[in-house]
Design a protein around this ligand. Structure first.
Ligand code: NAP
Length: 262
């Protein structure tokens, strides 16, 4: 077979929906990866440390007949992000959707107790990481760059409007930056075939609360939620997949609360 034929075969076999989910090995990202695969997307699952969890999501997708790869990349590292997108390009094809999901909290503290290292880690992961991934996605999706369009869903947080006093004001502010990025980038690329939206989850049962020092945080706070319960990663994933889909074809720049009314 000639090289030209090889390229044609590869193009015919390239999946039509290629979705990259940062932090797709655990929690909300894992639920998004599994649901995207169920809906026919080829899925790239990125992780920073937990190779086993990301590998488990990939295996589950493959066992159900789907296509997935796991990629190690710290979203706060520009070289890691460049390599991650290059791996998606070569293994799955040009990305058509990005879920900017990777995010962290630092242990619950008042602002007067923060050190510089904490602030740098939170903002580098949650804000700079999301910008770097959005940049690479736009370079591939935008009609201005020869792409065929696509969707970006940023995972913000209800914290961006609540402020998270005495716990994570830095985290809340980083999600405020994500809300603003969503609005600005949505307008910037709206005429280039890309929709950019955000979801703002409330209290969701994942490991993130343990990483902030309180594994039972959702149980402690759930009675403050108008619906009187925490949410599941699957409930968040449903909203993410809807925002990515053609059913949301006239939505861009939207901040969708998935928070039980909180
Ligand atoms: P989680 O269970 O702690 O999972 C976080 C994921 O992000 C993990 O897969 C982790 O990778 C990945 N990650 C962290 N830092 C990273 C980095 N520098 N580079 C690449 N990947 C990184 O958290 P979650 O609750 O599912 O949170 C997912 C998103 O939802 C976050 O943006 C969070 O702020 C947001 N959110 C969560 C809640 C909630 O109540 N759970 C509420 C509002 C918003 P490893 O697996 O390799 O560690």
């Amino acid at each position: 077979m000639t090289e030209g034929n090889d390229r044609e075969t590869a193009a015919r076999n390239a999946p039509s929906k290629v979705t990259l989910i940062t932090g797709g090995g655990r929690g909300i990202g894992a639920a998004c990866a599994l649901l995207a695969a169920q809906r026919g997307h080829a899925v790239a699952v990125s992780y920073r440390d937990n190779k086993g969890a990301a590998g488990g999501v990939v295996r589950a997708i493959e066992q159900s007949g789907g296509r997935a790869i796991a990629i190690r990349a710290d979203v706060a590292s520009e070289s890691d992000v460049l390599e991650m997108f290059a791996a998606v390009d070569s293994e799955l094809g040009r990305v058509t959707a990005l879920v900017n999901n990777a995010g962290i909290v630092a242990p619950a503290r008042r602002v007067d107790q923060y050190d510089l290292d904490r602030l740098q880690r939170v903002f580098a992961t949650n804000v700079i990481g999301s910008f770097l991934c959005a940049r690479e996605a736009v370079r591939r999706m935008s009609t201005r760059h020869g792409g065929g369009g696509g969707a970006i869903v940023n995972v913000s947080s209800a914290a961006s409007r609540l402020g998270s006093p005495n716990e994570y004001v830095d985290y809340a502010a980083s999600k405020g930056a994500i809300d603003t990025m969503t609005i600005g980038l949505a307008k910037e690329v709206a005429a280039e075939g890309i929709r950019v939206n955000a979801i703002r989850p409330g209290l969701i049962y994942t490991d993130i609360h343990a990483s902030g020092g309180e594994s039972g945080r959702v149980e402690r706070l759930k009675d403050m939620v108008p619906m009187r319960r925490g949410g599941t990663p699957e409930e968040v994933a449903n909203a993410v997949l809807w925002l990515m889909s053609d059913e949301a074809s006239y939505l861009t720049g939207a901040l969708v609360d998935v928070s039980g009314g909180r």
